[in-house]
Design a binder for this molecule. Structure first.
Ligand SMILES: Nc1ncnc2c1ncn2[C@@H]1O[C@H](COP(=O)(O)OP(=O)(O)OP(=O)(O)O)[C@@H](O)[C@H]1O
Ligand SMILES: [Mg+2]
Length: 320
């Protein structure tokens, strides 16, 4: 298969794999994030059941798999937005069991959401400022010292402006996030995630619903993160995109990691092909899954409605 740049894939050599075996749970030379025995059940549904997985530092790892494979649930668990029924996971060697999301972010791991979470009734710059790791909450004393406080605020604003410029959103600075296009919101979410200068960025379908012109720019931004020394894990359905930017691919199906390898390894892996072909073919879906999918579809419709509202004048009337 040709990749997004039209080039034919090269033959995979040992060097491409960096000595890492192309198999589920493969050990990496310097993992930034690793998880063992992670299980998450919803009633009778086993959403995640990962025996072991490691994500290599300074690489872009794609997490792929059919709908309902457990990718988003795994993201939620690893970043503290959900708690597993069992399992252990480590970021930079430190266990994150029970650590809440804002602390996980402060430790250097941030994530974006499949359905963007920008606050539509806040301006772009306000959304950005909210991305700064909690500055005052736990530090009462500096909050009392006006000088310290405002210089910190200035720093946050300066960082936000720098990122808005980099993501070409500076001209939208004072607009409501609700008035941005879907693609611009994805950019805003990525920019906001960088406010705390993370080491690891977890992106859940950053390219979904983005028009082709912005896709290229988003891909460029993701590659730039790696160039700046960050590590990236991203969920993606488009295999051309996966080929184009990932160093390594982890494949999930039915909650498990079923394959790992370079994009070329994965393209010809029979278990992966079977997993994609086998999805929802003649299989009776568990009623709980059906209900969850219905709720998800509703949430998505609601988000779209809100963004449509955000485009109208009514929204401006509610300006705080
Ligand atoms: N809160 C929940 N309650 C019940 N079931 C859930 C919940 N969250 C996820 N699930 C179920 O867990 C499974 C994994 O879902 P998840 O959203 O993690 O998949 P995914 O790989 O991200 O799929 P997609 O590619 O469609 O985003 C699915 O069967 C889903 O319906
Ligand atoms: Mg998902």
């Amino acid at each position: 298969m040709a990749d997004a740049t039209g080039a034919e894939p090269r033959v995979v050599t040992e060097a491409d794999r960096g000595g890492v075996l192309p198999e589920p749970g493969a050990a990496k030379p310097d993992p930034i994030l690793s998880a063992t025995g992670i299980e998450r059940r919803f009633g009778g549904v086993v959403a995640v059941d990962v025996a072991h997985v490691e994500f290599q530092r300074h690489q872009i790892t794609a997490l792929i798999g059919p709908n309902g494979a457990g990718k988003t649930t795994l993201f939620n668990l690893l970043t503290g937005f959900d708690q597993p029924n069992a399992g252990e996971w480590r970021f930079n060697g430190t266990s994150l069991s029970g650590v809440p999301p804002h602390k996980v972010a402060r430790m250097g791991m941030v994530r974006t959401f499949q359905l963007t979470k920008s606050l539509t009734k806040l301006t772009v710059i306000e959304n950005m400022r909210l991305g700064a790791p909690d500055q005052r909450g736990e530090r009462f004393f500096p909050a009392l010292v006006k000088g310290l406080w405002s210089s910190e605020e200035d720093e946050i604003t300066a960082r936000a402006d720098e990122l808005l410029e980099r993501f070409k959103l500076d001209h939208m600075r004072e607009e409501f996030a609700g008035s941005l296009s879907g693609g611009q919101r994805k950019l805003l979410e990525m920019a906001r995630a960088l406010m705390g200068s993370p080491e690891l960025v977890m992106l859940d379908e950053p390219m979904a619903g983005v028009n082709p012109a912005l896709t290229q720019s988003l891909l460029g931004h993701v590659k730039a993160l790696r160039e700046e020394g960050m590590s990236v894990v991203f969920v993606e359905h488009d295999m051309d995109v996966v080929h184009d930017i990932s160093d390594w691919v982890v494949v999930m199906a039915e909650g498990r990691v079923i394959a790992e390898g370079t994009p070329t390894d994965i393209g010809r892996n029979q278990a992966v092909i079977d997993a994609y072909l086998g999805t929802h073919h003649g299989e009776d879906l568990h009623p709980e899954i059906v209900e969850h999918r219905r709720l998800e579809a509703e949430a998505e419709a609601e988000a779209l409605e809100q963004s449509a509202e955000g485009d109208s004048d009514d929204d401006t009337a509610e300006r705080p």
